[in-house]
Design a protein around this ligand. Structure first.
Ligand code: CA
Length: 229
C-alpha cells in the first residue's frame, strides 16, 4: 500500500485530504508542524508528499528542497495564493505539481494517482536497466544470475537460466524450438530441438507451481513456447 505524508497546519484541511486519500486505498499520515513534518519526511519512507506552503517554523518551500536533496518520490505542493505558483516555479524546487486552495479533493486524489503511476513506471524502467526482470512473483536477477519464485531461490543450470531469461524478456511472443535452440545454444553445439523440450521441462519443474498447468511458460501446440504476461 502506498504511504502518503501530509504536512499541513490546518487540521481540517489535512483531515479532508486524508479521508479522500484513504477512500482510494492510501495509507496517510498527517503532521501539522513544519519542523516535525520535515523530520518525519526525511526519516521515514513515504511514496508521496503533500506539502502546504505556509507552515509554522519551516515552510513548504524549505521542506520540498530538503526532501529533494535525498528522495525523488513525487511531491504535491498546496498553496493558498496563486502568486506562490510562480515562486514554486522560480525556485526550481523540484515539486511535481501544485494545487491552490480551495481545491476539489477529488481532483487532488486524481493528481496524486497520476503522479504515483508515472513515478512507478519510472522506477519500473530503471529496475529493467538494473538487470532485474520481475513478472508475477518470478524474479530474474541477470547480474547475479539468480532466480526466485515468490521469494524462494530456484537453482537453474546456465542454459536453463539463459532460456528462461530470453523468454521472460520477450513476453507474449511465440518462439519455435528451432529458434530457441539457435538463440540459446551455440550454432555448433551438439544437440537438437529435443534439447529445448528437455530444458523447458526442467525449468517448469523448478519454477512452476504445477508443471501441467504452467503459469509462466506456455506451450503453443505445433508452434513453440511463449512467456505469458
Ligand atoms: Ca498553512
Amino acid at each position: 500500500m502506498n504511504r502518503i505524508l501530509i504536512i499541513e497546519d490546518e487540521l481540517s484541511i489535512a483531515e479532508l485530504e486524508k479521508d479522500y486519500l484513504e477512500l482510494s486505498g492510501f495509507e496517510v499520515e498527517i503532521e501539522t508542524s513544519g519542523a516535525n513534518g520535515l523530520e518525519k519526511a526525511l526519516n521515514e519512507e513515504f511514496d508521496f508528499y503533500i506539502l502546504d506552503l505556509m507552515l509554522p517554523e519551516v515552510d513548504g518551500f524549505e521542506i520540498c528542497r530538503k526532501i529533494r536533496e535525498v528522495k525523488d518520490v513525487p511531491i504535491l505542493m498546496i498553496s493558498a495564493k496563486k502568486e506562490d505558483i510562480d515562486k514554486i516555479h522560480g525556485l526550481g524546487l523540484g515539486a511535481d505539481d501544485y494545487i491552490t486552495k480551495p481545491f476539489s479533493p477529488g481532483e487532488m486524489v486524481a493528481r496524486v494517482k497520476a503522479h504515483l503511476a508515472r513515478y512507478e513506471r519510472l522506477i519500473g524502467s530503471s529496475i529493467n536497466t538494473n538487470n532485474i526482470v520481475e513478472i508475477r512473483g518470478l524474479k530474474i536477477d541477470k547480474t547475479a544470475r539468480r532466480v526466485e519464485v515468490n521469494g524462494e531461490e530456484k537453482f537453474l543450470t546456465a542454459k536453463e537460466f539463459d532460456l528462461l531469461t530470453f523468454l521472460a524478456e520477450n513476453p507474449n511472443k511465440v518462439f519455435s524450438k528451432e529458434e530457441l535452440f539457435r538463440r540459446i545454444w551455440d550454432m555448433d553445439s551438439i544437440g537438437d530441438i529435443a534439447t529445448v523440450t528437455v530444458h523447458i521441462k526442467k525449468i517448469r519443474e523448478k519454477i512452476e507451481y504445477s508443471s501441467s498447468k504452467p503459469q509462466y511458460i506456455e506451450t503453443i501446440w505445433g508452434m513453440g513456447y511463449r512467456f505469458k504476461v
